[in-house]
Design a protein around this ligand. Structure first.
Ligand SMILES: [Zn+2]
Length: 327
């Protein structure tokens, strides 16, 4: 039994195979974004890809050179490069919040009491209740992942980068995409437009409520009004890379628009373990020697102990796992 739904592209009539959980998807022939009811969705934007296979190889090389310092990673091999268009929703809005509450704090006050030779100043703590009546007014662009509980490497980490790069997004153009890089695959979104708007609204309300709570000890009233100014289906180009080193596979994800490394795994090699453990032994030994010679100074052994514990923890954390994750 096939769960694939058959569609016809409303733009170019090409046949489309769609998973039942897909709420918005793209025609592979013309790129048209299509909603689950078969209608077009035209507010589709993209961060333009600027990378290619050659640049990817250089970025990976540079990453391993820099982050692989002291690890002796020689002879790694890139085994897989998959350029993927990852789906996001960007909900833009004008948000306005009015909140009322009070802020309680203590203030130290000095005052003069008594007269004549009994005259003196006293210092006292006073609890102050200050009424707060404030407005928040802002233009927002809230980014949502298009897929729930995603297992795509690095996907949830891209959100903040996408928010920062969203001003550079351009209306999607299939020909331009092909001219930039032919190999990209679309990922569809499981979140539909309505859910995106609802989630976007919740983020704004929660954010403004949190701002009010930071400003007040107690919030009496907090009312938010939100006007949607546009909801965009946004694709971000992400290059997913796998490279092999001594039979193990390591992954990287690179944003195709800015070339930023979203996340990358790097081997923890034997060379690295040896260097790291030797350094640890030296530092711990040094701490021991110091506390022996400065026994009279009580804080020296304490500081040495703290340093030793911190270094020991860091060593354990970093040298006995198979790979490090760098972002
Ligand atoms: Zn089409």
């Amino acid at each position: 039994m096939s769960l694939i739904k058959k569609f016809q592209c409303p733009h170019c009539n090409a046949p489309m195979d769609v998973n039942p959980e897909d709420a918005i998807f793209n025609c592979v022939s013309c790129g048209q974004a299509v909603l689950a009811d078969g209608s077009k969705f035209d507010n589709h934007h993209i961060l333009r890809n600027t990378l290619n296979q050659k640049k990817i190889h250089n970025i990976v090389k540079e990453f391993i050179r820099k982050k692989g310092f002291m690890r002796g990673i020689k002879g790694y091999k890139i085994t897989n490069i998959t350029p993927t268009l990852m789906p996001f929703w960007v909900v833009t809005s004008d948000a306005y919040t009015h909140f009322v509450g009070y802020l309680r704090y203590t203030e130290t006050r000095t005052r003069t009491v008594g007269t004549g030779k009994n005259r003196r100043t006293v210092t006292e703590s006073v609890t102050v209740y200050r009424p707060i009546d404030r407005e928040i007014r802002e233009k927002r662009a809230d980014v949502l992942l298009g897929r729930r509980g995603s297992s795509i490497f690095g996907y949830d980490r891209i959100k903040d980068i996408v928010r920062a790069e969203f001003p550079n997004a351009v209306p999607f153009n299939h020909d331009q995409l092909l001219a930039d890089e032919k190999e990209f695959n679309y990922l569809s979104s499981e979140i539909d437009l309505e859910a995106a708007n609802q989630l976007g609204k919740t983020i704004v309300f929660d954010n403004h409520r949190a701002q009010a709570e930071r400003a007040c000890t107690k919030v009496f009233d907090c009312a938010t009004q939100l006007t949607y100014t546009g909801t965009y289906f946004l694709h971000a180009p992400v290059w997913q890379i796998e490279y092999e080193f001594k039979g193990e596979t390591y992954r990287m994800a690179i944003l195709g628009s800015s070339g930023k490394i979203i996340i990358g795994e790097i081997p923890v090699t034997t060379v690295f373990r040896i260097i790291f453990l030797s350094l640890t032994v030296l530092i711990l030994g040094g701490a021991g020697v110091l506390s022996y010679f400065f026994q009279t100074l009580v804080y020296v052994p304490i500081i040495a102990g703290i340093v030793a514990a911190a270094v020991g923890f860091f060593t354990l954390k970093n040298t006995f796992k198979p790979k490090s994750v760098v972002d």
